[in-house]
Design a binder for this molecule. Structure first.
Ligand code: GDP
Length: 317
């Protein structure tokens, strides 16, 4: 399929290149004939408008991936609401507006599946956005990400900017945050099961009831989808990126126990929240464009565990 927006010879800024999604985008872009731009947090604080505008005016990329943000799992989301809404709003407003000012030709804004209402029909279609109340454990983050989608739509309508948005489902893989309190379930569970095996502990603890259903996408598949969208998608509606397949949190813990070789049992900590009872996305629109996630769940989690074992010392914890 010919590229509608070619990356060949272009300068591409990955905002948030040290994060899990951003670093996967950088890995994927290395296979493209483009120049990759990144900037460290100590040089430009993306929450500060003047710094972002000065840097973009000086560097003038052709294309931008907005993968920067303050992120975390269900506990981080519900206990750090101010950081989640402030940081994410400031970053996306600054990067998107400054990109418009600097004449960026294409921008992809990265959101999250938590933008959707708690009781959205499952699998969740893009049209479910703003049709009902949000899940309370992550509404701060969700409101910020919804604002980012609307910003891209508004700049497309008023200024004709080719700015698009993609909403990834729950991610896992290299570069994840393995902190037991701050991370998402996939990374936290990898770390928990591994430690329980090393320590010879008879049980691991799951938060909540273990019954919530989640969809998991390998982060390098996400990066591949985003590069695909950058080249082939140019329209106002945001695009879901996922696998369309789901498993329960208990099944995830069982799968990881099998991969790690852990034979203990699971206990539930019901003082912790479940969050959304079910969160799986419809991915038909992306499939119709021609992209499907290539990595099967078991294979992906084997690779993620391997990465964790090799990088435990320097992984964020
Ligand atoms: P969510 O998808 O936004 O709810 O975020 P998470 O990935 O943090 O949590 C997904 C589900 O896994 C929730 O139902 C959690 O209660 C459950 N869960 C079970 N054990 C853990 C754990 O150790 N850490 C996290 N973050 N979630 C866990």
């Amino acid at each position: 399929m010919p590229d509608e927006f070619s990356l060949a010879g272009k300068t591409v800024w990955v905002a948030g290149h040290r994060g899990m999604a951003g670093s996967a985008i950088v890995r994927r872009l290395a296979r493209e004939d483009c120049r990759i731009l990144t900037v460290g947090r100590s040089d430009v604080d993306l929450r500060r408008q003047a710094e972002v505008e000065a840097w973009l005016d000086a560097n003038r990329p052709d294309a931008v991936f907005v993968a920067a943000g303050t992120v975390g799992g269900i506990h981080a989301n519900s206990t750090r609401p101010a950081e989640f809404i402030y940081d994410n709003m400031m970053i996306e407003f600054n990067v998107i507006h400054a990109s418009y000012r600097a004449g960026v030709k294409k921008l992809l804004f990265l959101g999250s599946s938590c933008i959707y209402p708690r009781h959205a029909p499952q699998p969740i279609a893009e049209e479910a956005l703003l049709t009902g109340p949000l899940e309370p454990t992550n509404e701060w983050y969700a409101v910020a990400k919804i604002a980012g989608i609307k910003l891209c739509e508004a700049y497309r309508r008023q200024y004709g900017c080719d700015f698009i948005s993609a909403m990834p489902t729950n991610l896992y893989g290299p570069g994840d945050n393995f902190d037991l309190m701050q991370g998402h379930v996939a990374a936290a569970m990898i770390a928990k099961v591994h430690q329980a095996k090393v320590d010879g502990r008879p049980t691991i603890e799951l938060w909540g009831t273990g019954t919530p259903q989640r969809e998991f996408l390998y982060v390098d598949d996400l990066a591949d989808a985003l590069v695909f969208l950058m080249k082939h998608y140019s329209d106002e509606p945001h695009m879901n990126v996922g696998t369309g397949k789901e498993i329960s949190i208990r099944e995830l813990a069982e799968l990881l126990s099998r991969i790690v070789g852990y034979e203990g049992s699971i206990v539930l900590d019901r003082t912790k929240p479940d969050g959304m009872p079910r969160k799986v996305m419809r991915v038909d629109r992306l499939a119709d464009l021609g992209w499907r996630a290539p990595t099967e769940l078991e294979e992906g989690f084997r690779q993620a565990y391997q990465w964790y074992v090799e990088h435990r010392g320097d992984a964020r914890r």
